[in-house]
Design a protein around this ligand. Structure first.
Ligand code: IPE
Ligand code: IPE
Ligand code: MG
Length: 242
């Protein structure tokens, strides 16, 4: 398999993934959607390990969107249960692997015990400098931009920021991702070819790779294939290559 040849490839510094297809994975097997989400969590663990192995520095995973709250309450409850369990059981493991955990998204929608677990994971792993893992939970790109605009506006009124000085660099400082570089590679699984309100600002020049594989089946080899695809691309950033 390709993985052995990955050493010759340029590894993207930041990979973002829209982990899609859990429901269809379960449906194909005549199982409840929750089973797909459960297996999706196993795929997360595999991909975190593979990212560490490949030398990826930043991994950002879209796990639950602002719009996913509109799903049937039984599914939302199951997802919250799985999130709770993941944070409880994986924080220590991630810590041992030198992973730094960060969560972006609107926490006000989560129950207070989940907020506490998120804070615990972030605090526990704060000093780690291996893989920088960002989980997008209750996250929407548009909501993130609006929140940035509000905070920026407040700083202008308070006299902390000059209106004339607002530019793309300053604006980026107001986003939840201000301390991490833009993704080099964005992968969406399950064959859907859309962004679904993920990192709208940050993906301006990101390479997009769409995989047909459903998220629970997405393994180390599939990540390697996406990195190979990334290596076949020529990033121009609007310039002319000479
Ligand atoms: C992704 O899988 C996980 C979440 C959005 C929480 P889906 O649940 O969207 O699975 P499909 O797209 O319905 O197959
Ligand atoms: C995007 O998937 C959100 C996550 C993977 C967390 P969705 O399944 O919610 O997106 P749509 O509805 O297909 O656009
Ligand atoms: Mg989906």
């Amino acid at each position: 398999m390709v993985v052995t040849e990955l050493s010759q490839q340029h590894i993207p510094r930041h990979i973002a993934i829209i982990m899609d297809g859990n429901g269809r994975w379960a449906q194909l097997r005549g199982k409840p959607r929750t089973d797909g989400h459960r297996r999706g969590i196993e795929a997360v663990k595999d991909i975190v390990d593979a990212s560490i192995e490949f030398g990826v520095k930043y991994l950002t995973l879209f796990a639950f969107s602002s719009e996913n709250w509109k799903r049937p309450s039984v599914e939302v409850d199951d997802l919250m249960w799985l999130l709770r369990r993941f944070l409880q059981s994986e924080t220590e493991t991630m810590h041992r692997k030198n992973v730094r955990i960060r969560v972006i998204g609107d926490r006000s929608n989560f129950s207070s015990d989940i907020v506490k677990l998120i804070e615990h994971s972030e605090e526990k792993t704060l000093g780690n400098d291996g893989l920088y893992l960002t989980a997008a939970l209750s996250y929407g790109g548009r909501q993130e931009i609006i929140s940035a605009v509000k905070n920026l506006y407040k700083d202008v009124i308070d006299g902390k920021l000059l209106y004339e000085n607002i530019d793309t660099k300053i604006f980026t400082d107001y986003l939840a991702t201000s301390d991490i570089p833009d993704p080099d590679l964005l992968i969406r699984t399950s064959g859907e070819k859309r962004i679904s309100n993920f990192l709208l600002w940050q993906i301006a020049y990101t390479e997009l790779v769409f995989s047909e594989v459903l998220w629970p089946d997405f393994k180390r080899e599939n990540l390697a294939l996406a990195i190979e695809e990334y290596n076949r691309r020529e990033r121009r950033f609007g310039e002319v290559m000479v």
